[in-house]
Ligand binder design. Structure first.
Ligand code: S3P
Length: 168
């Protein structure tokens, strides 16, 4: 299949973006670029290390630069870090030549998925569920600016993959 627009996946940490992106890439035979992986490659540090040594503001600039660099490409899937929506400019750029899908999963579902993981600096707090709920509420209006909202609460990625394929 020839895609003239990119597919962009946005959504909260743990909403399944990376798994769904990889599955779409396989079915469509197109490359997937992950903003987190590109940031890590550029800095030669993990996300955790970047946050720790250079801070969140530095990371957000890095992320915006990556969005600018890759969004003009054609026929790719972009797996975005959960916070890309925080800069309105990122969303504007992405919506210009990409179809943006928001993978929606509830805070409780997200918490169950990520409670044993430690690589997400924003959730290394004594009350991760409370933190997820707070960030989720702040970001919901931003995520909802996507072209499509896809239900990603189910443990299986098949439903979201099929829904996305129907819309491109
Ligand atoms: C973040 C999400 C992470 C990563 C960083 C910050 C966020 O990406 O970019 O830890 O602000 O939501 P994932 O959504 O891929 O976990």
């Amino acid at each position: 299949m020839l895609m003239d627009k990119n597919i962009v996946l946005i959504g909260f940490m743990g909403s399944g973006k990376s798994m769904i992106a990889r599955e779409l890439a396989k079915r469509l035979n197109v490359p997937v670029l992950a903003t987190d992986a590109l940031a890590e490659a550029k800095e030669k540090q993990t996300i955790h290390e970047i946050f720790k040594s250079k801070g969140e503001t530095y990371f957000r600039h890095l992320e915006s630069g990556i969005i600018k660099d890759i969004s003009h490409r054609r026929g790719i899937i972009i797996d975005c870090g959960g916070g890309v929506v925080l800069a309105q400019e990122n969303l504007q750029i992405l919506k210009t030549n990409c179809i943006v899908f928001y993978l929606e999963a509830s805070p409780e579902v997200i918490y169950q998925r990520i409670k044993h993981e430690t690589h997400r600096p924003l959730l290394n707090t004594p009350d991760p569920l409370g933190c997820i709920k707070e960030l989720y509420n702040q970001r919901l209006p931003l995520y909802n600016q996507a072209d499509y909202v896809i239900d990603a609460n189910d443990a299986s990625i098949e439903g979201p993959v099929v829904e996305i394929l129907k819309r491109i």
